[in-house]
Design a protein around this ligand. Structure first.
Ligand SMILES: [Zn+2]
Length: 394
């Protein structure tokens, strides 16, 4: 095996280092020596990012009926340039047939393309057992929202090759509180989202084994009672990790700050929640289930209004930089960990770590704190360089 190397400053300590690896394992992390070495000039080195909620890219949704192998690959590979080395392709509420197609195809892709399988750490089923309430269901099509169905889930799990590691449910939907323990016992993490549940139902879901809140503060009604409500309840529920969409549009800085204060470093996760339209220019995009407008400011909204968002056009590294901009007390190191280490721990997925023996899932990047911008230069997945560019290259 040949030894490969990357140099830069560690994202956590800012120490100039040279990281060497053989195969998919880091062999050494050594201080970078030399008179020319100044911390300022060096790019950053960090673990590859792990995003648990990616709906697709470039016009392809993973829940598209008839999803092809090529389409799935086309929607996964662009995230390499965002520094993403691990992701959960996410299928949102759809007909049973569309979910069958999506999971079957993703399973096939992982079996036939090892380099894609290295990235697909699992799948996220967001829905269809969600709230039918306007606002809470967000862009999830009402016609396909349905009561929890363990038999349907098992079928989808089988077709996915046992890859569904996360399901988002609304506790108040019929059958969900019975569904949760079954899913948990089968090794799936259950998360609360797209809900209008009352406090008792949130608590019952946590009692049943729910462990996360999906994009807290979004997938919620525009007007809710001041208290109690399902946002306060989830913030205060210590058994729930909190995942936030920190693209700068989905939540204000105050929510990110409060969530960080109450959940603490260990229970924070971030995602870009990229919609299947991420990467496309502004305009109106029609689909079978929902029409989405991409606005000039980059927001993706349900067509015909401006308040309800339909996923984001951002990618994960943008959400890392944006979170640091939004909340003074969150460091770059913490924000990276919220999109690598922390989802890794919650889902039992090995992520990159800058230590000998660690998985060589690595990124090298430039970071402009004033512009809140991360420019990924190199992405290494399981020891293989999968993306590379020079600074400023488009
Ligand atoms: Zn959602």
């Amino acid at each position: 095996m040949t030894v490969q190397r990357l140099s830069g400053k560690r994202y956590d300590t800012l120490e100039p280092v040279m990281i060497s690896w053989e195969g998919d394992r880091i062999s050494t992390v050594e201080p970078l020596r030399g008179e020319h070495v100044t911390t300022e000039d060096l790019p950053y080195l960090a673990p590859g990012l792990f995003d648990i909620q990616i709906n697709g890219y470039g016009g392809i949704w993973f829940c598209k009926k008839g999803l092809s192998v090529d389409e799935a690959i086309q929607a996964i590979e662009p995230f390499l340039s965002a520094g993403v080395t691990k992701l959960f392709p996410t299928l949102i509420t759809s007909s049973h047939e569309a979910l069958v197609d999506g999971f079957s195809t993703l399973n096939q892709v992982c079996q036939e393309y090892p380099e894609i399988a290295q990235m697909v750490a699992g799948c996220h089923l967001e829905g269809p057992y969600l709230s039918a309430e306007e606002g809470s269901r967000g862009a999830h099509p009402l016609e396909h929202i349905r009561p929890a169905n363990w038999v349907e889930f098992c079928k989808l799990q089988e077709l996915s090759g046992n890859r569904i590691k996360l399901i988002t449910v609304a506790p108040e939907q019929e059958g969900v509180l019975d569904f949760i323990p079954k899913a948990v016992n089968s090794g799936v993490v259950v998360s609360i989202g797209h809900t209008a549940a009352n406090p008792e139902q949130i608590r019952a879901a946590a009692d049943a084994g729910a462990r996360m809140s999906t994009h807290l503060g979004n997938g919620a009604q525009g007007m809710i009672r001041r208290h109690p409500n399902y946002i306060w309840e989830q913030l205060a529920e210590d058994r729930l990790h909190c995942c936030l969409i920190t693209d700068g549009h989905h939540i204000p800085a105050s929510i990110a700050k409060v969530a960080y204060r109450v959940k603490g470093y260990e229970r924070m996760l971030i995602t870009c929640d990229a919609s299947g339209l991420a990467g496309l220019p502004p305009g109106l995009y029609e689909s079978e289930s929902v029409d989405v407008e991409i606005l000039e400011d980059g927001r993706h909204v349900i067509a015909g209004q401006r308040q309800l968002l339909a996923g984001s056009g951002a990618t994960t590294e943008m959400c890392v930089a944006e979170l640091v901009r939004m909340v003074d007390e969150i460091s770059l190191s913490d924000a990276v960990d919220f999109a690598s280490r922390n989802p890794g721990k919650l889902f039992g997925v090995e992520t990159g770590i800058l230590e000998p023996g660690g998985l060589a899932d690595l990124i090298q990047f430039e970071y402009d704190v004033d512009a809140a911008k991360i420019e990924v230069l190199k992405t290494v997945v399981s020891g293989n360089e999968r993306f590379s560019k020079t600074k400023g290259e488009t």
